[in-house]
Design a protein around this ligand. Structure first.
Ligand code: GDP
Length: 296
């Protein structure tokens, strides 16, 4: 993953590390390269501009130019700024509520929501020792409910049945009631997605959010969509006010742009990344680690 971005940066880093002196000229050359690399990686333009401005300001500062190894210091600046634009520190899930901690999943069809619910159930059970219940509010596709039941079983969590003739809000409220009575720590609520954003879908999920007041509203998005991933995240965030993003399919042919752009554009932190279809393929997102991975 992120191969293109990393390859582009590798050359910049190699040149920089060898620089005994930094001048305004070679800093400008470097910034041009960084800018090209970011644009080619499909990073959103405002994010590119912000990054370049921040790197430039620090690069011309005394800490870099006056350093014994200015090239190395500049690589450090680039890395810090990449991490900062992705939110800096890692953002975990919020459980600080009367159980169950209700977590609502949102996203387009095929983004990886149901798979992510399975992955999260496994993660919460194994890493946080939580008792997890899942429920599907996708009343449009019976196959989606069956798929959630399967992945929940694989994750070793419990599944709350629902059916196509029910209303999403009623399903979710019944699941919350069951979760309370049976002392579940977390309830993961899967929802219906559409191929594209449409008003009915947005209205439905907004209504769900208002009725169940989840402590987490996680937007699940396919990293391979690049700029579109970021645009969809923005639209969902305007409607729902997201608490976090799960970036899936980072194992695929992703150019890295979504990872770098989502936080800056939406204000919502990436909390997890999905890699592969197996339930073990969920990683906590650490901006600093991602930044060093990008720099190779
Ligand atoms: P939903 O419609 O949003 O619920 O999406 P699904 O969970 O059904 O996922 C759609 C497809 O993407 C399925 O074939 C999943 O196996 C696959 N998928 C989900 N997450 C990942 C991921 O992180 N990496 C890869 N390679 N495939 C994924």
């Amino acid at each position: 993953m992120l191969d293109n971005l990393t390859n582009r940066f590798a050359q910049v880093v190699k040149t920089l590390r060898g620089q005994a002196r930094l001048t305004e000229d070679n800093i400008a050359d470097m910034l041009r390269e960084v800018r090209m690399a970011l644009l080619e990686a499909d990073v959103a333009l405002p994010v590119v501009k912000e990054l370049i401005a921040r790197i430039k300001e620090k690069a011309l500062g005394q800490e870099v130019v006056g350093s014994l190894t200015p090239g190395q210091a500049l690589v450090g600046v680039v890395q810090d700024e990449l991490a900062a634009i992705m939110g800096g520190a890692q953002s975990g899930l919020n459980f600080a509520t009367q159980p169950p901690a209700v977590m609502l999943m949102a996203g387009l069809q095929g983004a990886g929501k149901t798979t992510t619910v399975g992955k999260l159930a496994k993660y919460l059970k194994e890493k946080h020792r939580k008792k997890v219940l899942t429920v599907s509010c996708d009343v449009y596709r019976p196959a989606a409910i069956a798929q959630l039941e399967t992945v929940t079983g694989q994750a070793g969590a419990e599944f709350f049945p629902s059916s196509s003739d029910q209303k999403p809000v009623d399903i979710a409220l019944a699941a919350i009631d069951y979760a309370k009575r049976h002392y579940f720590d977390v309830l993961l609520v899967d929802t219906a997605g559409r191929i594209t954003i449409d008003e009915q879908m947005m209205a439905e999920i907004k209504q769900l959010q208002t009725s169940i007041k989840p402590i987490e509203t996680l937007f699940v998005v396919d990293a391979m969509l690049g700029q579109d991933a970021v645009n969809t995240a923005r639209a969902f965030n305007e409607a729902l006010s997201l608490t976090g993003v799960v970036l899936t399919k980072l194992d695929g042919d992703s150019r890295g742009g979504a990872a770098l752009s989502v936080r800056h554009v939406t204000g919502a932190p990436i909390k997890f990344t999905g890699v592969g279809e197996k339930l073990t393929g969920l990683d906590e997102f650490h901006p600093d680690r991602m930044a060093s991975r990008i720099l190779g």
